[in-house]
Write a protein that binds this ligand. Structure first.
Ligand SMILES: [Mg+2]
Length: 266
């Protein structure tokens, strides 16, 4: 059985490094490095600049063949506060869509709210941002149990079968570079190898729109001329909107590649 052991292959230890510059219309004279790293992988386009208007890549007659059988679109929501964030942020919503990489249809959904344990009371800021109220997490399992349910779902969906090629997809890097591994450390879980690399949709977006770095899901939807559906910062609605964006990008010729790698040490 390939089962769960396949998930826990040794870390391929990518030491990816890139330099991303950003600017906005209010600070066009300055280019502030967000990340400065040691090595620049070939597939990273730099520098990336935010632009207000882009020339949208045209749709192609036939969607290109993808390198994967399935995309697992993930969008994490976590405890938060402002102006000072809660420490550590804990996952409170964990949705994953299983997307057929040829049709881009959603074949199955794993979705769970999660009860935070270190800071069990959601802040007003968090409730307003995510739409997740206290009653939606109070009776939910802690992350350790949710993670086990998630692994069972992966098995049930035959994602872990030999020869099945899949990749996690996130809007940007923090979901799998920060929130998930941090929660794993809190919950005493080892981060599986397959969640140490992912497809960052923002970066895929730049593959066909060079020098454009979309700020967020809303901006990508706007650029792709798609209407936002559901509520922003609802994990499940965000995941569904990301799924619509990757379908649109595939129709514009994008072949999705792994372009995000875990760099954090927890
Ligand atoms: Mg979200």
């Amino acid at each position: 059985m390939t089962s769960l052991s396949a998930l826990f292959k040794p870390n391929l230890s990518y030491s990816i490094c890139r330099t991303i510059f950003s600017r906005n219309k209010f600070s066009s004279a300055y280019f502030k490095p967000k990340y400065v790293k040691k090595k620049i992988p070939k597939h990273h386009k730099i520098p990336l600049f935010e632009k207000e208007e882009i020339i949208l890549a045209p749709k192609v007659p036939v969607k290109p063949k993808q390198l994967f059988d399935y995309f697992l679109v993930l969008d994490i929501e976590a405890t938060c506060d402002s102006p000072n964030n809660v420490e550590p942020p804990e996952i409170i919503e964990f949705p994953v869509l299983k997307i057929n990489a040829q049709t881009f249809e959603t074949e199955s959904i794993f979705h769970s709210y999660v009860r935070p344990v270190i800071n069990p009371e959601l802040t007003n800021f968090c409730i307003e941002l995510t739409g997740i109220i206290q009653g939606m997490v109070n009776d939910e399992p802690e992350f350790k149990e949710v993670y086990q349910n998630f692994l069972q779902w992966l098995e049930k969906e035959h994602i872990l079968k030999p020869g099945v090629k899949f990749a996690f997809v996130t809007c940007s890097d923090p979901d799998l570079n920060y929130f998930f591994p941090l929660q794993c450390r809190v919950s005493g879980i080892e981060v599986p190898a397959c969640m140490k690399e992912w497809i960052c949709v923002k970066r895929s977006f730049t593959d066909i729109h060079p020098y454009t770095w979309p700020d967020n899901i809303s901006k990508m939807l706007e650029y792709c001329e798609l209407k936002s559906e559901g509520d922003l910062h609802s994990g499940i609605d965000d995941a569904k909107n990301i799924a619509r964006i990757i379908k649109d990008l595939a129709e514009r010729g994008v072949v999705f590649k792994i372009n995000g790698f875990k760099e954090t040490h927890f």
